[in-house]
Ligand binder design. Structure first.
Ligand SMILES: Nc1ncnc2c1ncn2[C@@H]1O[C@H](COP(=O)(O)OP(=O)(O)OP(=O)(O)O)[C@@H](O)[C@H]1O
Length: 602
């Protein structure tokens, strides 16, 4: 892809009315030559070679060593009214507060990543934002920086008597100014750590609340006051209902993995938190939604939480980064274990810096994770497992032991698929492919982060035919080799069209653009898009700037989603409860719709 300069759309018009926002031995298992599956033996794919090409970096070395060139050629699309221009090449150009800038330097962040270049000025200008960028490209800082900076400037005004900024009422109720929501305990803990680093010595208090850990300690932290609260939805609702947290002073709301947070399972809780618990409405708070994937139907739901927002996509939404080398192997279910064993054995060698490359193995169910973990251990592999049925201490222990390299193989459900930033993950293996292509994108995104290369191998069995078409589209887009047999499956699946993904993604295309620009005009568009005061009219396309060519064939999703997705009732196109095997739960929702909670999620 050729590089091209981004031309800001409205250089002359960047002022906004709202004042507030300016602002080891693990692979030494037994070798079973007789168990090598014939297809593996005959395959040209020699994984040990691939590993020689991979960079394995030291703990914490992600910071400051981003290979920015890897991100320069990605397309950037931004749409909305009066879009603030991006900064060029340094954090110095941003309007971020000095205390934060010092911390950015301390963290060795030399220059902003593309998502940061665009998102920071937008969010600093007080604008609502729906932002998408590839996995591992620095989204956490992109929403943390403007929030931290914004609160710091609020505090400056507060100390000069211009503004009152409470943290707590002294009577045990905490009043955070910013709320960052994330879907899993581990991710919220990670965001908390990051935010604390960036808020170092600024006087800001960052507190985290998540389920599975004793509430007492978290409550004591809250009692001491909080500026930025990072939370998982369940624990937060609990604390609000116990009147230990009030959202009435929220000025900033950020949803990380926003599409997941608004998808089935979480949407009800998020609506409760955002719309039914005294949080200031859109327009009186700033809302930032971030993810690597943003299906069109979820974009539409998300519009309820935003006002006059800017849509920003860096890299095609839902696409995987070209930094990850993707392989898809045809492996029947009965062969998967042998295949895996061969892959793990072939990852021989000491690795870089004496560290073993870490391998993350995704499976579909919690029971499957336990079984595979047990089998690997019995066969001499230093492995551990993480899933939603494990108690928090076990989850933390598993992650620690994986990160340290003591158990360089981690078997996981989707609970580990989103957001986790673990240095050294060199290989992601989809032992079971997910049903949803977005989950695949997030899973493989645990490698190839911050400009580093990575490897992802998927075991494709006949059960995965429904995802074939979307997988082919994704591989093509990421300039990866597409096996002929996979193309054939994709072809046959589109003929029989039994893929529910095709409903959601318009036949394998991704919801990669601001849905406001390509929704079919309808007579009742204004009311159709809800009562959120967006002032949005779908007939008039938003100002859209694309930094360089998005292929003309790429015209967004041809959604077949149900109109009902906008109201209280939500229908997941094509999904029914039978289609979810394993240990997915179906819950009757208070709003009268069924919610499917996939295994392993909090
Ligand atoms: N400007 C920067 N300079 C150097 N390192 C950076 C910069 N921005 C982010 N990083 C590092 O890049 C890594 C990936 O960032 P982050 O976890 O925010 O990615 P992400 O886009 O949120 O990924 P995901 O979609 O998986 O959640 C982190 O280790 C982070 O410290």
């Amino acid at each position: 892809m050729s590089q091209s300069r981004y031309v800001p759309p409205h250089r002359g018009n960047t002022s906004f009315a709202r004042p507030r926002g300016r602002g080891n031995g693990g692979f030494g298992g037994r070798w079973f030559p007789d168990q090598v599956s014939p297809s593996f033996r005959n395959d040209n794919f020699d994984i040990s070679e691939k590993f020689d090409e991979l960079e394995v970096i030291g703990e914490g070395e992600n910071s400051g060593v981003i290979n920015f060139d890897a991100y320069e050629s990605v397309p950037v699309e931004v749409s909305g009214n009066n879009v603030p221009p991006p900064v060029n090449n340094s954090f110095g150009e941003t309007e971020l507060e000095e205390g934060l800038k010092r911390n950015i330097e301390r963290c060795k962040y030399v220059k902003p990543t593309p998502i940061q270049r665009h998102a920071i000025p937008i969010a600093s200008a007080g604008r609502d934002l729906m932002a998408c960028a590839q996995t591992g490209s620095g989204k956490t800082a992109a929403f943390c920086f403007p929030i931290i900076s914004g609160i710091l400037s609020l505090k400056a005004r507060s100390s000069s008597g211009l503004y009152s900024l409470p943290r707590g009422d002294g009577g045990g109720v905490a009043y955070p100014t910013a709320l960052i929501l994330a879907p899993t305990r581990e991710l919220s803990s990670q965001i908390h750590d990051e935010a604390k680093k960036f808020a170092f010595q600024t006087g800001l208090k960052v507190v985290v609340c998540y389920g599975g850990a004793p509430a007492g300690h978290q409550l004591r932290n809250l009692e001491r006051g909080v500026d930025i609260l990072v939370a998982t939805p369940g624990r937060l609702v609990d604390f609000i209902e116990r009147e230990r947290v009030s959202l009435s002073k929220i000025q900033y709301l950020a949803l990380d993995e926003a599409d997941r947070m608004l998808d089935m399972g979480f949407e009800r809780q998020i609506r409760k938190i955002v719309q039914q618990m005294n949080m200031p409405p859109p327009g009186s708070r700033q809302t930032l939604l971030f993810s690597a994937t943003f299906p069109t139907d979820i974009q539409k739901l998300a519009a309820d939480f935003l006002t006059d927002y800017i849509f920003l996509s860096v890299g095609r939404v839902g696409s995987s980064t070209e930094l990850i080398q993707q392989k898809v192997e045809l492996v029947e279910d009965t062969d998967k274990r042998n295949y895996l064993m061969n892959l793990l054995h072939s990852q021989r060698g000491p690795g870089v810096n004496g560290k073993k490359p870490l391998t993350l193995v995704f499976v579909e169910t919690k029971r499957g994770a336990d079984n595979l973990h047990f089998w690997l251990s019995r066969n001499g592999f230093a492995a551990t497992a993480i899933h939603g049925d494990k108690v928090q201490m076990e989850r933390e222990r598993a992650l620690r032991s994986f990160k340290s390299g003591d158990t360089p193989v981690l078997v996981a459900t989707d609970v580990a698929s989103r957001g986790l930033d673990i240095p050294h993950v060199a290989h992601v293996i989809n032992f079971d492919l997910p049903r949803d292509i977005d989950d695949y994108v997030h899973r493989i995104g645990r490698t190839g982060r911050a400009g580093k290369s990575g490897l992802a191998t998927a075991f494709f069995s006949h059960q995965n035919i429904p995802i074939a078409k979307a997988l082919v589209a994704l591989l093509q887009e990421a300039k990866q080799e597409v096996p002929t047999w996979l193309r054939d499956y994709a072809q046959s699946s589109s003929q029989s069209d039994h893929s529910h993904r095709s409903h959601r993604y318009g036949g394998g295309k991704y919801g990669g653009r601001d849905f406001r620009n390509f929704t079919e005009p309808k007579a009742d568009n204004n009311s159709y898009f809800g009562t959120n005061g967006n002032g949005y009219h779908a007939m008039e396309p938003y100002n859209t700037v694309t930094s360089h060519g998005i292929p003309s064939s790429f015209t967004g999703s041809s959604d077949n989603f149900s109109n009902a997705a906008f109201g209280g009732s939500y229908h997941y196109a094509g999904a029914n409860t039978e289609s979810y095997g394993g240990d997915h739960k179906v819950e009757g929702g208070a709003l009268g719709y069924a919610s499917v909670v996939p295994s392993g999620w909090d």
